[in-house]
Ligand binder design. Structure first.
Ligand code: NAD
Length: 484
């Protein structure tokens, strides 16, 4: 039996084929033991009318090898085409996006000479669940979904990664001063899992000030874990802070599959010129080698690459007169790394890789998460209405409350406008009308809610949706309106 590890490779679009060839040349020269299956994705597939950008046969390969080394692709502009990255992450359950951002000062110019930060981004949830609606003439909505298992997976991964890679601290960025329920859950799970890692320092920052601190003092951070949207934005910022997005690789890890890539795009204008920097994809491939337990090869390639950078052999994007020694093309850069295989950098810190096994979460039975005592205590009914003031609506709806229910409040864009609203509050055509039991705290059954909806419909109101108000072990699972 072959001792090679099967992997799936896509050469991608634009500069993709050149940087992929350079990457494969280096890792194979370093002794990577791979059986490579090549698949076609991206532009050519999209242009055949396949809006997903990937053929079923390519999925067969991915599901067989479960390891994907992917060059960047060009996403066609315009409607109808789906982002292949999002599709791949979701289809393969790649819940963790890992992006190490390291400063190579003084060999690569940067404002931040000391920087060694790993951004861990949750990859499947948050507003990226892609659940959006237009509710009214004036209002659209995007759902932010944060689940306990989803948060636990990425947070546990961050802690285990930190421990395996001899990191000292894990920081969590959240916005739970505003999103108390969703970001509050992420924060709570960070604290809970953190207790299992007494050897690691832990801290939590509100994302805005945390991001400001990261931008000015990145040396204070080590591993940072965050939800999808914050991670998307801050991982690009952090990579750019090291000097060039062309230098960063990224890993997308799931229980059963993993995908490795550069963080940059296909740079179509640079295509075919042998000028692109292959470093991002090469460092992505290094993470892949560690993932498939070829850590010795990962280490060899990474150290030879560091030595090449240190020797001033640079592609155009990082070339600077004075600092750099030789401006090279993609192929020549790869040859320079190959020539240094076995060497270590003299000034930059050399790297050590350990095999790091991602624990499968298959064995976690999330159904065993303790079931809380859930009680429905009311419901928010959203109306599309544009015929008067908040007080007028409040008075009409109060008189339409069915027996056992009362209108507790109305909010507009989250601000309470009835009762005792402020005439100055700007209102749109989208009203959240909260009905709760007449006897405070008493549970309300679903048929009562349906009766309330029927009554509103019969009175000519256009309801958009309802959100049930539930308590879990007596704790409200819904936010109060601002000013309530
Ligand atoms: P880009 O990352 O391709 O290019 C941005 C700038 O960085 C350009 O000036 C480019 O020349 C330079 N650059 C990027 N990579 C470089 C490298 N390796 N060496 C030297 N210079 C490099 O971003 P873009 O122009 O916004 O996007 C181009 C295409 O790539 C779009 O179709 C976009 O959808 C796609 N894209 C794909 C991925 C992916 O497949 N993972 C990621 C981002 C963008």
């Amino acid at each position: 039996m072959s001792e090679n590890t099967p992997i799936t490779v896509a050469y991608g679009d634009g500069i993709g084929p050149e940087i992929m060839q350079a990457t494969l040349d280096v890792i194979l020269a370093a002794g990577a033991k791979l059986d490579i299956e090549v698949i076609e994705i991206g532009e050519k597939v999209y242009s055949r009318g396949n809006t997903a950008g990937i053929e079923p046969s390519a999925w067969d390969s991915l599901l067989r090898t479960r390891v994907f080394l992917k060059a960047p692709i060009t996403t066609p502009q315009g409607g109808g085409f789906k982002s292949l990255n999002v599709t791949t992450r979701k289809t393969l359950g790649l819940y963790a996006n890992i992006r190490p951002c390291y400063s190579y000062y003084p060999f690569v110019e940067t404002k931040h000479p000391v920087m060694d930060v790993v951004i861990m981004r949750e990859n499947e949830e948050d507003t990226y669940a892609g659940i959006e609606y237009r509710h009214t003439d004036q209002v659209t909505q995007c759902l932010k979904i944060i689940s306990e298992p989803g948060s636990e997976k990425i947070i546990r991964y961050a802690f285990e990664y930190a421990r395996a890679n001899k990191r000292k601290k894990v920081t969590c960025f959240v916005k739970d001063n505003i999103m108390k329920i969703t970001d509050g859950l992420f924060h709570k799970i960070f604290d809970k899992i953190g207790e299992e890692f007494p050897d690691l320092e832990k801290e939590t920052w509100i994302v805005d000030i945390g991001a400001a601190k990261l931008a000015t003092s990145p040396e204070q951070f080590d591993v940072i874990v965050m939800e999808n949207l914050y991670g998307d934005i801050l991982s690009d910022v952090t990579a750019q802070m090291t000097g060039s997005v062309g230098l960063a690789g990224s890993a997308n890890i799931g229980d059963k599959c993993a995908m490795f890539e550069a963080i940059h795009g296909s740079a179509p204008r640079r295509a075919g010129q042998n000028s692109a920097n292959p470093s991002g994809l090469l460092l992505g491939a290094v993470m892949m080698l560690a993932h498939i337990k070829q850590s010795d090869v990962a280490q060899k390639v990474h150290n030879a690459w560091l030595k090449t950078i240190e020797d001033g052999i640079h592609t155009y994007d990082i070339f600077r007169e004075g600092t750099s020694k030789e401006k090279v093309g993609t192929k020549e850069f790869a040859q320079a790394v190959i020539a240094r295989l076995g060497q270590k950098p003299a000034k930059l810190k050399d790297v050590t890789y350990n095999d790091f096994e991602v624990k499968s979460y298959d064995h976690y039975d999330y159904k065993k998460i303790k079931k809380a005592k859930k009680e429905t205590v009311g419901c928010d009914i959203y109306l599309h209405w544009n015929e008067g003031s908040a007080n007028e609506l409040g008075e009409k709806l109060s008189s339409l409350a069915v027996s056992g229910l009362k209108l507790v409040m109305i909010s507009n864009r989250g601000v309470k406008v009835y009762p005792h609203g402020n005439a100055e509050t700007f209102c749109v055509d989208h009203w959240r009308c909260r009905f709760q039991s007449v006897n405070e705290g008493e549970s309300v059954n679903h048929s009562k809610i349906i009766e309330q909806l029927n009554t509103l419909q019969n009175a000519g109101y256009d309801f958009i949706k309802t959100e049930n108000l539930c308590t879990f072990d007596g704790v409200p699972g819904f936010s109060l309106a601002q000013g309530q």
